[in-house]
Design a protein around this ligand. Sequence first.
Ligand SMILES: *[C@@H]1O[C@H](CO)[C@@H](O)[C@H](O)[C@H]1NC(C)=O
Ligand SMILES: *[C@@H]1O[C@H](CO)[C@@H](O)[C@H](O)[C@H]1NC(C)=O
Ligand SMILES: *[C@@H]1O[C@H](CO)[C@@H](O)[C@H](O)[C@H]1NC(C)=O
Ligand SMILES: *[C@@H]1O[C@H](CO)[C@@H](O)[C@H](O)[C@H]1NC(C)=O
Ligand SMILES: *[C@@H]1O[C@H](CO)[C@@H](O)[C@H](O)[C@H]1NC(C)=O
Ligand SMILES: *[C@@H]1O[C@H](CO)[C@@H](O)[C@H](O)[C@H]1NC(C)=O
Ligand SMILES: *[C@@H]1O[C@H](CO)[C@@H](O)[C@H](O)[C@H]1NC(C)=O
Ligand SMILES: *[C@@H]1O[C@H](CO)[C@@H](O)[C@H](O)[C@H]1NC(C)=O
Ligand SMILES: *[C@@H]1O[C@H](CO)[C@@H](O)[C@H](O)[C@H]1NC(C)=O
Ligand SMILES: *[C@@H]1O[C@H](CO)[C@@H](O)[C@H](O)[C@H]1NC(C)=O
Ligand SMILES: *[C@@H]1O[C@H](CO)[C@@H](O)[C@H](O)[C@H]1NC(C)=O
Length: 823
Amino acid sequence: MITTSPIFFSIFFCLIFLLQLTTSTDTLSPNQSLIDGQILTSEGQRFHLGFFSPNNSNLKRYLGIWYKTTPDVIVWVANSRTPLQDSSGTLTFTKNGTLILENATHGVLWASSKPSHELESPILKLLDTGNLIIQEKTTTYDDSVTTTTSFPWQSFDYPGNTRLPGMLLGENTETGKEIQITSWISPDDPSPGDFTYKIDQLGLSQLTISNGTRKRFRTGPFNGICFNGLLMVGNQTFRILTDVDRIRVRYITDPYNASSINRLVLAQNGTIQRYVLDQKTNEWKHSFTIPGNVCDIYGQCGKNGICNPEQEPICKCFDGTKPVSDQEWVSSDWSKGCRRDVSEDCGNVETFVKISGAKLPDLLRFEMKKNMNLSECQEKCLRNCSCTAYANPYVNSADTGCLMWFGDLVDVRKYPEENNEQSFYARVPISKQGNFSVSGKNNKKKVLITIAISVVGLLTTMMICGCIVVKIKKIRGQKSKKEDLELPLFEFSTIVAATKNFSSANMIGEGGFGAVYKGELSKKQEVAVKRLSKHSGQGIEEFKNEVNLIAKLQHRNLVRLLGCCIQGEERILIYEYMENNCLDHFIFGPSKKQLLPWPKRFDIIMGIARGLLYLHQDSRLKIIHRDLKTSNILLDSNLIPKISDFGLARTFDLDQASAKTKRVVGTYGYMAPEYAIDGKFSIKSDVFSMGVLILEIVAGKKNRSFSHPDHHHNLAGHAWLLWNDERDMELMDGNMKDSYVEKQVRRCIQVGLLCVQKLVDDRPEMSSVLFMLSNEEAKLEEPKEPGFFVERSSFHDEEKIHIFGSEEYMTKDTMTITDMDTR
Ligand SMILES: *[C@@H]1O[C@H](CO)[C@@H](O)[C@H](O)[C@H]1NC(C)=O
Ligand SMILES: *[C@@H]1O[C@H](CO)[C@@H](O)[C@H](O)[C@H]1NC(C)=O
Ligand SMILES: *[C@@H]1O[C@H](CO)[C@@H](O)[C@H](O)[C@H]1NC(C)=O
Ligand SMILES: *[C@@H]1O[C@H](CO)[C@@H](O)[C@H](O)[C@H]1NC(C)=O
Ligand SMILES: *[C@@H]1O[C@H](CO)[C@@H](O)[C@H](O)[C@H]1NC(C)=O
Ligand SMILES: *[C@@H]1O[C@H](CO)[C@@H](O)[C@H](O)[C@H]1NC(C)=O
Ligand SMILES: *[C@@H]1O[C@H](CO)[C@@H](O)[C@H](O)[C@H]1NC(C)=O
Ligand SMILES: *[C@@H]1O[C@H](CO)[C@@H](O)[C@H](O)[C@H]1NC(C)=O
Ligand SMILES: *[C@@H]1O[C@H](CO)[C@@H](O)[C@H](O)[C@H]1NC(C)=O
Ligand SMILES: *[C@@H]1O[C@H](CO)[C@@H](O)[C@H](O)[C@H]1NC(C)=O
Ligand SMILES: *[C@@H]1O[C@H](CO)[C@@H](O)[C@H](O)[C@H]1NC(C)=O
């Protein structure tokens, strides 16, 4: 060893001499090295990469990244577990795209993992975000990218105790790597300490700080918008990427903002400290601490205790429980918590009390039912004696969901109500209801409710629950006004993977605005992916506004938008997937027709009518669909109809009654005459399409391709002829002969005919359509001549024949969603 050493050293230094970095740079090329004393500097002069000793107090040397202007603030350490004992270290960037930290005698002390894919000509670069990346040399990247998931290797995937803006916490969706923050052992020793800060994925996502398996802090579960309870720990805004079900949070990240320098550190004592650099004085200002309040400390009041920092003492037992040890409790030792009285006939002598403005109990034993609403949830919880609480985990009024807790309730804290509107319902014995100690305001109301319950029993409980639900809805309504509804943004790569690169095998439809693919985000999560036609020229902000608008349209009979994806020219919408696909498969498919007996068909007609009424009247914006047809009606697993493609065509101001367009979008066979011919559309042109739909559903035949030996009219014309001969029942699909209700069928045909009347003013509005369909007593007018009541063979004009013959007709221009903005 001793003899070979000098020779080795001369080679070593020779090599260094050859490859030495002459000027300060932010990159290393393959075969280049960095020795102790040399540094890389990011382009904007914010960060340095090099060798350092913590606190300059000992000779241990580490490779790391620090702020150029405050070199004692280390943000990343490579060899945190394997320090060098002297300044003999060399960092080499190998030609296969990995980093190796070694010294002559000791060999490799640290090496980076392989890049996520093989690189032809790799390059190492220190970015101004503080991220050290390995990347193909020819690829250009944008320093301002706020979310960095796509580098083949990046130091941001291997954080120590510091989270920088742009860094992910959670899962790097590109590499699948789970990223968490780990405290240092001490300010002198960056090796991993006791505490981690991460996204805990126990069914529902929460942010936690823990020492091993022992939690020290948690935020409360994700509630569709933010983490329940995080509101209280500072104004930090961050981006959240969730799965489509909006239960699981993939990652959170602080947006990178070049003009604000800040960092989040998980200190060795398990607290998170946030600091912001005052760029004038070059001093770090402390911004906030988590846990920031005595009640933020995990399980401060023990099990079944509730913590409220604004009362004295801070801990109370939930109603129906009492301190395990009275003596310890009164001397402010709450660690043993409270014990639940076991009640013998739990379902009958217990009820729930609303606890509002609280951090939801920890998810120790719980069940989540995504499709249950709050009243069903209460009922289910009440029936199971070990169910101790329930809640809707979401704050969006449109989201149903039932979260139930079993056994002890742990780590509940109360917030001032104006700061946290989320509530849950805790089980209490009816006999204990006088003590609404934890439920804050509205005591009077609740006492009244209580009396009602004890008198009338279970039935009343459910009604009261209804009252509470209404109240919550009101609160939520206010909330959603305040908050900018943010839909989850999906990575393009996720969509590519989910649709097998938009393979034709996955294509399930093609409409006016683009193709629709079935996508699989995971084994259990199927979605419908609408890839909007390109060349729209629409800006990102414009698109986001439109998407936000569509997302706000929520109705049982509208397909729900789950998220979107924007990348370059790509504009993609992600919808819930409907396993029964579209209505036309059912009513026109010979094998499936039998699956739709009359009562189902009637329900479907009513559902579509409700959905359309919502678009026309009940949503805040008057939406004209413009392309209502059977293939745009999707059926869920219960055959509940959902209108799709709404909102894409054009949104209307409420006072705008009709408009004219040169670009006709729609499908012949469903288009009203004034729209097909003059491009004039209004809610009444949607009513026309609705009429065609009703007649098609009753007849099981298509309007446009209808043929009859006696005449050349379309289905609507045929229906009118039958109507005038009082033979209207002959229109009915023969498959319904065992199931039809004659009165209803007749009524549907008549309403259908009223809807397809030629003159706009003769057609009813959707509200009366719905009224006429559902009220047997309603007096119906006699329908007049339908639109396009002209025998097709009499047409000589080829273009007009085309109207009836073509499957679908669209001008090129209309295949874009810019159309939405042409007012
Ligand atoms: C790196 O060094 C190896 C041997 O030391 C040499 O074969 C290779 O060509 C070099 N590569 C580059 C990109 O300089
Ligand atoms: C850092 O070094 C200074 C002086 O060398 C010492 O007073 C201080 O306690 C050290 N800090 C830590 C956290 O070790
Ligand atoms: C290499 O590093 C080891 C461990 O840090 C150290 O003991 C050794 O002295 C170093 N070798 C040289 C030549 O500096
Ligand atoms: C990458 O290069 C280093 C040094 O050149 C070598 O030790 C390592 O095995 C290589 N890794 C792969 C995956 O080729
Ligand atoms: C972390 O937990 C371990 C074992 O439970 C304990 O010994 C240690 O003191 C804890 N660390 C801190 C900093 O509380
Ligand atoms: C939060 O924002 C308010 C006003 O917007 C400000 O006064 C306060 O200092 C901020 N708090 C933190 C911790 O940044
Ligand atoms: C970036 O930070 C600066 C200073 O805090 C602020 O004024 C600016 O609005 C921020 N920009 C964005 C896009 O958030
Ligand atoms: C934890 O450590 C941070 C940073 O060192 C310090 O500011 C804070 O006061 C400590 N908190 C406790 C409770 O020890
Ligand atoms: C909850 O769902 C049930 C069954 O689907 C329904 O009857 C009830 O009206 C719903 N309640 C609310 C408040 O939406
Ligand atoms: C109550 O719910 C728990 C958890 O789901 C379950 O294990 C238990 O069997 C249920 N008990 C009854 C009586 O349904
Ligand atoms: C709650 O009720 C129990 C029994 O009814 C009673 O002993 C206790 O004093 C009450 N607690 C409060 C805070 O009113």
